[in-house]
Design a protein around this ligand. Structure first.
Ligand code: RB5
Length: 166
C-alpha cells in the first residue's frame, strides 16, 4: 500500500513537472508537414498539446503523398499575416520545407539538426520557422529541438542589424 502511494506521488510529481517545463516564448504556434514528415508532425503535435501549448495544424490530415512547397507556403503565409508567431515544418530532410518557406517575405526558416544549430537559429537569426527532417533526425532529438526553439530568445544587438539586412 505504502509503495503504491509513493509510486503514485512520484508519478503525479513527474506529470506536473512535465506539464510546466516548457515555457514557450510564443503563444501562437503552427505546424505542417509533407508525407515524409507526417508521423513526426503528429508526434510533435501531441508533445506540445501535452505541454499545454496550443498548436494549429495546417495539415496534411492523413498520411498521403503531398508536395512540401504547398504546405510550406500555407504555414509561412500564416506567419507573414501574424496569425501565428512561429511555425514548425517537417519533411524528409527539412531542406525542401526551408527552401520553400524562405521564399516568403518575413520568413526566416532554419533547418535545425542539433541543439546548437537550433539555439543559434533563434539567438542570432531570430528564426521564425524550425524545419525538421524526419528521415534524418530521430523523434527524441526532434522534440528536444522543438523545445529549445520555443524557449530560446533572440539576442538582438549586433544580430538585429544583420537580420534587418536580410
Ligand atoms: C519527399 O519524398 C521528400 O523529398 C521531402 O520530404 C523532403 O525531404 C524534401 O526536401
Amino acid at each position: 500500500m505504502e509503495v503504491k502511494k509513493i509510486a503514485f506521488t512520484l508519478l503525479l510529481a513527474f506529470w506536473i513537472i512535465n506539464l510546466i517545463k516548457l515555457n514557450s516564448l510564443f503563444k501562437k504556434v503552427c505546424i505542417a508537414s509533407d508525407h515524409g514528415g507526417y508521423n513526426l508532425k503528429e508526434i510533435i503535435k501531441d508533445f506540445l498539446i501535452n505541454k499545454n501549448i496550443s498548436i494549429i495544424d495546417l495539415g496534411p490530415f492523413e498520411n498521403k503523398t503531398v508536395d512540401y512547397p504547398d504546405y510550406a507556403k500555407k504555414l509561412s503565409n500564416r506567419i507573414r499575416a501574424k496569425k501565428s508567431d512561429v511555425g514548425i515544418l517537417v519533411c524528409g530532410s527539412g531542406t525542401g520545407m526551408a527552401i520553400s518557406a524562405n521564399k516568403i517575405k518575413t520568413i526566416r526558416a532554419a533547418v535545425c539538426y542539433s541543439e546548437k544549430s537550433t539555439r543559434l537559429s533563434r539567438e542570432h537569426n531570430n528564426a521564425n520557422i524550425i524545419a525538421l527532417g524526419a528521415r534524418l533526425t530521430n523523434k527524441n532529438l526532434s522534440l528536444k529541438l522543438v523545445e529549445i526553439f520555443l524557449k530560446t530568445k533572440f539576442e538582438g544587438g549586433r544580430h538585429l542589424k544583420r537580420v534587418n539586412k536580410i
